[in-house]
Write a protein that binds this ligand. Structure first.
Ligand SMILES: NC(=O)c1ccc[n+]([C@@H]2O[C@H](COP(=O)([O-])OP(=O)(O)OC[C@H]3O[C@@H](n4cnc5c(N)ncnc54)[C@H](OP(=O)(O)O)[C@@H]3O)[C@@H](O)[C@H]2O)c1
Length: 360
């Protein structure tokens, strides 16, 4: 492996996802953070000042002092970074990410803008690493490429469903209880959410169903055929800071015992674990024995080693109901559901040889 670190830029560095990226990239073994961007409100400010209360203990002085630049293709291009992590709102990400791809960048995006573009791989590294070959397809037409990661709830759900796929997935019913940080740093008005639950998140239910089926789908001849499982999703926003809890009822084709079901979840691992990627959790799914777990406060940051905290999906309350299984799962929305998923995709792309000389 080449010891020289690849230069990377981070777009939207001051948001709830952006700060998680900065934390993961601060001392990354493969990547060196050379450029930060945010909106005009933050341009020119040192990172530490611009992030305010989203700062974390132990942030290095160098990162704290790093100035925030303009979020334009010209400024990003001048930084010499060819790998770009995007934590921008979709309204800004759409055109800018296409422009960066035209200029030869490899963009790892959290925005929803290009997730359903047939040319763009939508990837959770443990689930569909093979879809990364769409990077090559894009490069036949553009100078660079875009790799997307999914909606934060879909990121946790799809890992659990992937572990069960070998039993045949007929369908699933999912009800989410989603944390406030999923709504970005401006979030939801305090008086709307304090002591309350809002049983609606715009566009979320369709995103979770469509993106999950896409990631579980098969790639053939440069196209993805979505998985045909029936997914029925209902979403709510709750007054919790981090961690999306989901009640899942899953219907399998094979009649398996509860023990077999639990072993399939606990034993699940994939390419990131085999390659021992820096941000890969040793166990992507942790099954908790207690009757009252997982809980956002206790379990959102599950995952070992230290760099992978928040990258494991916690599962509990597993019950067999005839041919169906019910469980609760918990995913850290800004880590496994966003920045951590993107960084892991980039690590995997690097180790699989997709970040060739043209991307450095
Ligand atoms: N939050 C989650 O759990 C989550 C999970 C998965 C995916 N995502 C996706 O990730 C992206 C970021 O989400 P977030 O929750 O981190 O949002 P956020 O907290 O609102 O942060 C948005 C970031 O974008 C910057 N920005 C806003 N308007 C801009 C403009 N006109 N030009 C340049 N930069 C601009 C902001 O800079 P300023 O600070 O200067 O305003 C900030 O750095 C979104 O596409 C979201 O859908 C979020």
């Amino acid at each position: 492996m080449n010891n020289k670190k690849m230069k990377v830029a981070l777009l939207g560095c001051t948001g709830t996802v952006g700060v998680q990226f900065a934390r993961l990239l601060e001392d990354h073994p493969y990547f060196q953070l050379v450029a930060l961007t945010a909106s005009g409100r933050s341009v020119g400010k040192p990172f530490g000042e611009a992030v305010g209360s989203l700062a974390w203990a132990g942030m290095s002085d160098a990162l704290r002092a790093m100035p925030i630049g303009e979020c334009t293709a010209d400024w990003i291009g001048s930084s010499d970074a060819r790998i770009v992590f995007s934590a921008l709102p979709a309204s800004i990400a759409g055109d800018l990410e296409l422009e960066l791809r035209d200029r030869g960048c490899l963009v790892f995006s959290n925005a929803s803008s290009h997730r359903m573009d047939p040319q763009v791989p939508l990837v959770i590294s443990e689930v569909n690493a093979s879809h990364l070959t769409l990077i090559h397809e894009q490069r036949l037409r553009f100078a660079g490429s875009i790799v997307a990661n999914p909606n934060c709830s879909a990121a946790g759900l799809v890992i659990v469903l992937k572990a069960l796929l070998r039993f045949g997935l007929r369908g699933a019913t999912v009800t989410t209880l989603q944390a406030l940080s999923g709504a970005g740093k401006r979030g939801v008005a305090a008086l709307d959410i304090m002591g309350n639950v809002i049983p609606y998140i715009p566009e979320e239910e369709d995103k979770i169903a469509c993106e999950t089926k896409r990631m579980l789908g098969c790639l053939a001849h440069g196209r993805i055929a979505d998985h045909d499982a029936g997914l029925f999703v209902s979403c709510s926003r709750i007054p919790v800071r981090d961690g999306h809890l989901q009640s899942l009822v899953v219907e399998l084709e094979e009649d398996v015992s509860r023990d077999t079901f639990v072993r399939a979840l606990e034993g699940f691992s994939a390419e990131p674990q085999q390659l021992e990627l820096p941000t890969a959790p040793t166990a992507p799914i942790i099954v908790l024995p207690g009757d009252d777990r997982p809980q956002p406060l206790l379990d959102a940051r599950a995952g070992e080693p230290h760099r992978a905290r928040g990258m494991a999906v916690s599962v509990g309350r597993i019950r067999k109901l005839g041919e169906r299984f019910a469980l609760f799962l918990l995913v850290h929305n800004t880590v496994r559901g966003a920045a951590g998923a993107s960084v892991l995709n980039a690590e995997l792309a690097f180790r699989m040889g997709y970040l060739d000389e043209g991307d450095r």
